[in-house]
Design a protein around this ligand. Structure first.
Ligand SMILES: [Zn+2]
Length: 401
């Protein structure tokens, strides 16, 4: 039966083979034209696609074909090294959209050629997580410079900004009025909120070095962002949201402060459980269900050890109906698939599958007979075996120090 938008919906069972092909095609082949607007955050797409291949158990074939090495090499091309021009920025850029990265590497120069070229804290997390999933040894990661740069991204209120620009950008004049006579938004002003605090925590965990974060200030920012309803906003006085609540809880978990720093555990669990509606989770009150919240909300509930409370069969049924005939998942039934909802939806599926068990899953209308059960680390949004790989690297680094 076609959906309301005309797109056919894939019926049972969950087509794991189709999802494998979808992740593979989006990673290595030409991608749909409507992804062009996502170019400034291409690194996050690479992370979601590599993660998708891992949780559909198809990473080995990627590595065997040599494509895994090619993807890792591309990620390293996006590494930003600190220079006087970029003000000491280090980490990873999102893509070569500004002409930096791939072109620079071929010209054997690591200096940025654009005043806006810099690293982005979330793209750094995505790059490191993707390398971890690929089993990389991190030997080419400039760990010390990234940690040093993290310090400069933390603000007085404890939050983290996404980027910082060097002296070249700061000399540019962005005060000229726009077409409506009003000043243009300050392009030098970086966003700062809970997403980037989480990214800083994830980077610190992956690099096994927390000296880039003032945890006292970070904890205070999280505490200030806690709301009367039990959820967390992106910052103080902002509406509670499933995404920012995940970022707050995961940050606390990664810092090892979840038990002592969460203001009211039961109240937060209550707010999260109320996100489950007739079909699945929404991100905040009065919003429709969306497949990505099967991870953002589902993993938050998991972090609070309350995974027995949601109705997992309902959520899995919703996710199975978000599948596309070409593979991948969309945000809602009948939409077009994208890498973000495909990866997060399947991570959410795994969280449900863990609780429902194989017998319960087989009773579903859309039972996925051949779907592998890959455990997910709920704080880092990565397959568990990648986290184990990082722990081995951390032990090696300790021996070398
Ligand atoms: Zn979504």
């Amino acid at each position: 039966m076609p959906s309301s938008t005309g797109a056919p919906i894939l019926k049972a069972p969950l087509g794991v083979e189709k999802h494998r092909k979808y992740f593979d095609k989006c990673l290595l082949g030409p991608i749909p034209h409507y992804f062009a607007t996502l170019e400034p955050s291409r690194m996050s797409l690479v992370f979601f696609l590599i993660g998708g291949m891992a949780i559909t158990d198809s990473l080995e074939s990627l590595k065997a074909s040599g494509a895994g090495t090619a993807v890792a090499d591309w990620i390293y091309m996006m590494q930003v090294e600190p220079t006087s021009e970029n003000g000491g920025a280090a980490g990873f850029r999102s893509s070569s959209v500004l002409g930096c990265g791939e072109q620079i590497s071929s010209a054997s120069s690591d200096s940025p050629i654009h005043t806006l070229d810099t690293s982005h804290i979330t793209m750094t997390y995505c790059a490191l997580a993707a390398l971890a999933i690929l089993g990389d040894d991190f030997s080419r990661v400039n760990r010390a410079a990234i940690v040093q740069h993290l310090r400069s991204l933390q603000r007085e209120d404890g939050s983290f900004q996404a980027v910082s620009y060097g002296p070249g950008m700061k000399a540019l004049d962005f005060t000229a009025p726009g077409p409506d006579g009003q000043p243009l938004p300050g392009i030098g002003d970086s966003e700062y909120d809970m997403r980037f605090l989480f990214s800083a925590c994830a980077v610190s965990w992956l690099l096994d070095d927390w000296s880039g974060i003032d945890q006292v200030r970070a904890l205070e920012y999280i505490r200030q962002s806690y709301n009367y309803d039990g959820g967390f906003g992106q910052g103080p006085f902002l509406e509670s949201h499933g995404g920012s609540t995940f970022c707050a809880l995961a940050s606390l978990s990664l810092m090892g402060k979840l038990d002592e720093a969460l203001p009211d555990r039961d109240h937060t669990i209550q707010w999260l459980i109320h996100r489950q509606l007739e079909l699945s989770y929404n991100g905040r009150p009065h919003k429709d269900e969306d497949s990505c919240y099967s991870f953002w909300v589902g993993s938050s509930i998991e972090l609070l050890e309350s995974g027995h409370l949601p109705d997992h069969a309902k959520i899995m049924t919703y996710l199975s109906k978000c599948q596309s005939v070409i593979g991948g998942l969309s945000s809602s039934m009948g939409g077009s698939p994208d890498p973000i909802h495909s990866y997060l939806g399947l991570c959410g599926w795994h969280l449900c599958q863990k609780h429902l068990g194989s017998a319960g899953v087989e009773n579903l209308d859309d039972a996925p007979a051949d779907f592998p059960l890959i455990s997910i680390d709920t704080s880092l949004d990565m397959p568990l075996h990648s986290v184990e790989h990082m722990k081995k690297l951390h032990a090696q680094w300790k021996k070398q120090d």
